[in-house]
Design a protein around this ligand. Structure first.
Ligand SMILES: *Cc1c(COP(=O)(O)O)cnc(C)c1O
Length: 401
């Protein structure tokens, strides 16, 4: 990500034992069946077995994404796939509307700057969401906007943007919409068609409970046409969308070596998601987040999100109270309970901590674990926190579900 700042606390070597529970905002603890799949033998990528298997995985991904075409897989982590989308999609004559409600949204603007002709940016405080009316107003002022970039869930803030409403406005104006759904797809009800996305980027390493090494992308026909017409779109590059466009077909070659073990893992990720049933998966993410928020509030702490309605069902960001640091809380939770939380990132670093509800740990019992570790850490640091009230509030939400 551009403009990295902030620092990480370094634990003493003696404290470096494996965590008991990882409640991070990604990468996350992977499902056992995913780990088993990743340890399968590595076939030669041009062995017909693997070529057919790969085609099957891209079709299974299309089923999960609810799109007609096999999904595009890029063999890089999602951050690189988003940067690559900027390079492939944004041509030298394009005006971009960048929507920034958090660190990832803001960061996309720096990537876009390398390729666009001009950029309009709507930036809101990083605990708020983008107002669709502001997007409509931007189009009114700048009818030349050709590409719009939106982060659905800006993870370092734990906030959700109204992708459906924004997508409709973008489509009405005939522009192309790029959606970063890396930390929301698989954990809540969002698909490319829901928000009329032309490029919809996600990956296995967040809500789907896999490893973070590859990216999974749905591309519309309009976006392919725009990339094909872009004279500056990268070619002969592992980051080229166009080079990888037909790689899903068993009778086509791979432009570069695919990450075979990651593809094995992704196949298991998709089975896990589709076998359990997406509705059930979204429901347990939402319930875990709701129970966690209730517990946080009952302990007298504040959510980072300005209103609870924009708080993410896959990550709960908690404001750091006055007089204590994020790293003191996180270290205490880790040392006493073996529970891992995430810090903020860049502009949210130091202001909040994040409790992830993604994949394997998007289970209500982990709301109780999170509240115990968070409240217990604060108590250890000498704060007056009613941990039992927090646990009780979380349990009430779970029992009422
Ligand atoms: C995690 C994340 C990314 C990047 O994913 P990596 O696995 O770090 O490459 C991009 N966007 C959002 C919103 C994310 O949460």
């Amino acid at each position: 990500m551009p403009n990295q700042k902030g620092s990480f606390h370094i634990m003493a070597a003696a404290e470096l034992k494996e965590p008991v529970v990882t409640l991070s905002a990604g990468p996350v603890a992977a499902y056992p069946r995913v780990l088993r799949a990743m340890s399968r033998p590595i076939p030669y990528d041009y062995d017909p077995y693997f070529q057919h298997f790969y085609e099957g995985v891209t079709k299974k991904a299309a089923k999960a994404l609810k799109v007609k075409d096999p999904a595009l897989i890029l063999h890089v982590e999602p951050a690189a796939a988003i940067e690559a989308a900027a390079a492939s999609l944004i041509g030298p004559n394009d005006t971009v509307l960048n929507l920034a409600s958090g660190v990832y949204g803001k960061g996309f603007g720096y990537w876009s700057a390398r390729y666009h002709k001009d950029m309009v940016e709507i930036e809101v405080p990083f605990n708020e969401a983008i107002d669709p009316a502001s997007v409509a107003a931007a189009f009114k002022q700048r009818p030349d906007i050709k590409v719009v970039s939106l982060v659905h869930h800006d993870t370092p803030s734990g906030t959700i943007n109204p992708a459906r409403e924004i997508g409709k406005i973008v489509r009405d104006h005939g522009a192309l919409l790029l959606v970063d759904a890396v930390s929301s797809f698989g954990g809540m009800d969002i698909h490319p068609a829901d928000c009329e996305a032309d490029i919809f980027i996600t990956g296995p390493g967040k809500c789907l409970g896999g490893a973070p090494g590859i990216s999974v992308i749905a591309v519309s026909d309009r976006a392919w046409a725009h990339m094909e017409a872009n004279p500056k779109a990268p070619r002969a590059s592992i980051l080229s969308y166009l080079d990888w466009k037909d790689a899903w077909r068993h009778d086509k070659s791979f432009p570069f070596t695919p990450s075979v073990a990651e593809v094995n893992g992704f196949d298991a990720v998709l089975d896990q998601y589709l076998d359990e049933g997406p509705e059930k998966v979204w429901k347990r993410h939402a319930l875990t987040a709701r129970a966690t928020r209730a517990g946080v509030l009952a302990m007298g702490l504040q959510l980072w999100a300005k209103t609870e309605s924009i708080a993410s069902p896959t990550t709960t960001a908690v404001r750091i109270p006055e007089g204590v640091t994020d790293s003191a809380i996180i270290d205490a939770a880790r040392q006493i309970f073996g529970v891992v939380f995430s810090t903020g990132r860049n502009d949210t670093m130091g202001k909040l901590l994040r409790i992830g509800h993604m994949g394997l740990v998007a289970e209500p019992v982990y709301a109780v674990v999170a509240i115990t570790a968070l409240g217990g850490a604060l108590r250890k640091l000498g704060r007056k926190v009613d941990v039992s009230a927090g646990i009780n509030a979380a349990l009430q939400v779970i029992e009422a579900a």
